[in-house]
Design a protein around this ligand. Structure first.
Ligand SMILES: Nc1ncnc2c1ncn2[C@@H]1O[C@H](COP(=O)(O)OP(=O)(O)OP(=O)(O)O)[C@@H](O)[C@H]1O
Ligand SMILES: [Mg+2]
Length: 263
């Protein structure tokens, strides 16, 4: 059998709360992700999505259990494993190109090669003409594309994305979803993508991992074997959408009734 790229085995995480008690943020999780796979994590607020991503990215270590990448325990952040956050994380005083080059320079890549790779990454996200601008001159969608370009420039082996499109308007969001899929299909990077948005999860993921809160855990893993690009108005898309919404209602029935998740 092919070795998994990512393997979580009984991985759990607890934090000490204000009164000094241990609280379980993530109950033991078992999950395997193959190389080149695109996996989405969805679930209500506080169900441990970011905690799980932080374990994978090496920003946190598990309280018990095992987190492995390429057969090796994750002991900390790694140069080829990149996290993209919701708030872009750009340096405001640096130009778009300088932001993209930063990661390459930090990895000791020679200036000429770094420059070429930086421009190529900006072209991939359609921002080559904005190279000299500064973040404050860009829209939210453009900033997020710079963050994606910066991540892609280092040709990461793994891309962890924590609600990267949550702050964007619906049009920009749909566009960036398509862009991300195109880039992923070209690069075949392994992607773990966190979102609140069930439609976004079905648009992007080959598998959707639905999580539940208190304590954070995996409720169900749904395979989405639809071809890309996925047509959101098609019946087969609707079938997966329904399945995920029904399961989500089970997880969060009251919230689903109260909030916008009901369909
Ligand atoms: N550093 C920390 N210290 C203490 N508690 C934490 C810490 N990080 C997370 N938690 C707790 O762990 C639980 C899971 O948090 P996490 O941020 O992983 O949820 P999430 O699914 O990403 O939520 P959201 O959708 O709101 O981003 C929450 O109850 C949170 O309060
Ligand atoms: Mg989170």
């Amino acid at each position: 059998m092919k070795m998994s790229k990512i393997r979580l085995c009984g991985a759990q995480k607890s934090f000490r709360n204000g009164s000094g008690e241990e609280q379980l943020a993530l109950a033991p999780v078992d999950l395997e992700i193959a190389a080149g796979e695109f996996v989405c994590l969805v679930g209500p607020s506080g169900c441990g999505k970011t905690t799980l991503l932080n374990l994978l990215a090496g920003f946190e270590s598990p309280s018990s259990g095992m987190v492995e990448i390429d057969g090796q325990p994750v002991v900390g952040p790694h140069a080829n494993r990149i996290m993209i956050f919701q708030d872009y994380g750009l340096y405001p005083w640096k130009s778009v190109l300088a932001n993209v080059l930063f990661g390459l320079q930090a990895r000791g890549i020679a200036p000429v090669e770094a420059h070429a790779r930086g421009l190529q990454a900006l072209e991939l996200v359609g921002l080559q003409t904005a190279a000299r601008k500064h973040p404050h001159e860009l829209s939210g969608g453009m900033k997020q594309r710079v963050a994606i370009a910066r991540a892609l420039a280092v040709q990461p082996d793994l891309l962890f994305m924590d609600e990267p499109f949550a702050a964007l308007d619906a049009f920009t969001r749909l566009h960036l979803q398509d862009e991300l899929l195109r880039i992923w299909q070209e690069s075949r990077t392994t992607v773990v993508f966190v979102t609140h948005d069930l439609d976004e999860a079905i648009t992007l993921g080959q598998r959707v991992v639905l999580m539940a809160p208190k304590p954070g855990r995996i409720q169900r893993v749904i395979d989405v074997p639809l071809a890309y690009p996925r047509e959101r108005t098609r019946d087969d898309f609707a079938r997966f959408r329904r399945e995920l919404y029904e399961e989500f209602h089970l997880v969060h029935r009251q919230a689903a009734v109260d909030a916008e998740y009901s369909i």
